[in-house]
Design a protein around this ligand. Structure first.
Ligand code: ZN
Ligand code: ZN
Length: 157
């Protein structure tokens, strides 16, 4: 989703769009240790956009279905990711000036691509220590039985 900055005004404009799950999953696959989580549906973005002088204000929420592996029982489960965000995106300074405002997002030229911003928010909302449910009973340390669905076999040995 690319917006043209000169087209934006102080009037709030609704922006609703999707980012494909595949592009998010490519980024997950590129980061070691995260391959247990994948987006099963496209990222849905519901936001608002306006501009005050050079600064672009972009806020809203991202949502998507994510498949994770329970950190207790190691079974896969699907959950709904939701995260609110709020950005102020300022014009990039000339290259020779020091970029001292780390943590602030920049755009250069007239086009502003919203996709990297919302994808980053979605990836930040992933959580590697999720449980399939608060009452997940996990695996038996002795026999490895998934105690959610089967009996511990340790006593029968
Ligand atoms: Zn579990
Ligand atoms: Zn057991």
């Amino acid at each position: 989703m690319i917006v043209r900055v000169p087209d934006l005004t102080e009037e709030v404009r609704k922006v609703v769009f999707c980012e494909p799950a595949a592009s998010l999953n490519d980024r997950i696959d590129a980061s070691p240790g995260r391959e247990d989580e994948h987006f099963v549906g496209d990222l849905e973005v519901d936001g608002e956009l306006y501009r005050t002088e050079g600064d672009v204000h972009f806020s809203g929420s991202v949502g998507a279905q994510v498949r994770s592996v329970c950190s207790r029982c190691l079974e896969e489960f699907v959950w709904q990711l939701e995260r609110d965000f709020s950005f102020v995106i300022v014009p990039a300074k000339a290259a020779e000036e020091p970029q001292d405002d780390e943590g602030i997002d920049h755009y250069s030229g007239d086009d502003l691509d919203l996709a990297p911003l919302v994808c980053e928010q979605a990836l930040l909302a992933l959580d590697l220590s999720l449980l399939c449910s608060d009452s997940c009973r996990g695996l038996c340390a002795g026999c490895g039985a998934n105690l959610n669905v089967e009996e511990c076999r340790c006593a029968n040995r």
